[in-house]
Write a protein that binds this ligand. Structure first.
Ligand SMILES: *Cc1c(COP(=O)(O)O)cnc(C)c1O
Length: 367
């Protein structure tokens, strides 16, 4: 007889990540490969972060500060909150998982959009909770329907803002109205992984809402605009009671020292942040213009990625782009099979993408 596993985990499919650069190089014999599949910062990490990490290499034998004391102090000061309102995680993915581990039981239901970031579903399934999927409406969260789906078993509502993969936002007025209608015993998780990129003026500033609503937790990350995805570091912001509960389930040394010093230094590098956002805005403008020339529909984005409607299944396009050394995300993983999700790159990368796209569309493969 085989070893019995927890039956809940049979519903979990292992995460399918963006294709790694090295794999594509080897598979297709290419020297240059551009990855525009995982919403990484095309400018890389801050030089200040790299320097801080190098300097810390002499201390690798020492355990990290399990409380991330210094980084919390810097973040708290920047965000005008207290350190007690912060939890750092091994990526914001870990913060999301801690939320599930602290709060979810198999009797609970969680409400989430469809499609949205896959981690919420993973967390729900891991804990044996039931997912209630609410389809996007015009590619946006349908908050009204999410409210309608609340019942006595609802424990958590996940809002991804901007939403991955669509890049759309929930606006301030509708979000506040939504919060006033969610019962206090339901936790609202607002995932702001792309917070820094948002340009829309009606994007909710959620930190001030912590004073009005006790049942919200905000998650942010150093993986996207800060360009530190490899280090795995993100954070949650909530009232101290929620943070305490998450601290109960967290591993003692969940965030490594290099991540802590790198994140801290990155927060001091305003110039890198400004450049990263400007590069994204430039890239968006260029891509919008080129896609319009090609008569291709896209979903206007508030993040650093763009959903492009190719009008037919994109598995073929995904493969053809790979042959040209460009990795994008095919929309089938998001149940949007006619779309590709493209990370906005440097201007040169965006131009390479458009050139390759035109070649594929014209059917003039060079191979
Ligand atoms: C990329 C992403 C994250 C998280 O990332 P970490 O690298 O784990 O911090 C979280 N939420 C969304 C919506 C994302 O796209």
């Amino acid at each position: 007889m085989s070893i019995q596993i927890r039956k809940e985990i049979m519903a979990i499919k292992p995460y399918s990540p963006g294709k790694p650069i090295e794999e594509v190089q080897k598979e297709y014999g290419l020297s240059k490969v551009i990855k525009l599949a995982s919403n990484e910062n095309p400018l890389g990490a801050s030089e200040k972060a790299k320097a801080a990490i190098k300097e810390h290499l002499s201390k690798l034998s020492i355990y990290p500060d399990g409380n991330c004391t210094e980084l919390k102090a810097v973040l708290a000061n920047k965000l005008k909150i207290t350190s007690e309102q912060l939890i750092l995680g091994n990526g914001s993915d870990e913060v999301l998982k801690l939320i599930g581990e602290a709060y979810l039981t198999p009797e609970d239901q969680v409400i989430l959009a469809d499609p949205t970031f896959s981690e919420y579903q993973y967390v729900a399934r891991l804990m044996g909770a039931t997912e209630v999927l609410v389809p996007l409406k015009d590619h946006k969260h349908d908050l009204r329907e999410m409210l309608n789906r609340i019942n006595s078993n609802t424990k958590i509502i996940f809002i991804c803002n901007p939403n991955n993969p669509t890049g759309t936002i929930v606006d301030e007025d509708e979000f506040i109205e939504f919060l006033t209608k969610v019962p206090e015993h339901i936790l609202v998780v607002i995932d702001e992984a792309y917070y820094e990129y948002v340009q829309a003026e009606n994007y909710p500033q959620t930190i001030p809402l912590l004073e009005r609503f006790n049942n919200i937790i905000i998650t942010r990350t150093f993986s996207k605009v800060h360009g530190l995805a490899a280090l795995r570091i993100g954070y949650g912001i909530a009232n101290p009671q929620i943070i305490n509960n998450l601290n109960r389930v967290k591993e003692p040394f969940n965030v490594n020292s290099l991540a802590q010093v790198g994140a801290n230094a990155s927060l001091q590098d305003e110039e890198h942040l400004v450049n990263s956002i400007a590069t994204n805005e430039q890239g968006k403008a260029y891509l919008y213009k080129e896609l319009e020339k090609l008569n291709l529909d896209y979903i206007p984005t508030e993040a650093n990625f763009l959903m492009i409607n190719m009008g037919r299944d994109t598995k073929y396009l995904f493969e053809e782009m790979l042959k040209k050394g460009i990795i994008v995300r095919a929309g089938n993983v998001f149940n949007m099979p006619n779309y590709i999700r493209l990370t906005v790159g440097t201007m040169e990368e965006n131009q390479s993408f458009i050139t390759a796209l035109k070649e594929v569309l014209a059917g003039e493969s060079r191979d």
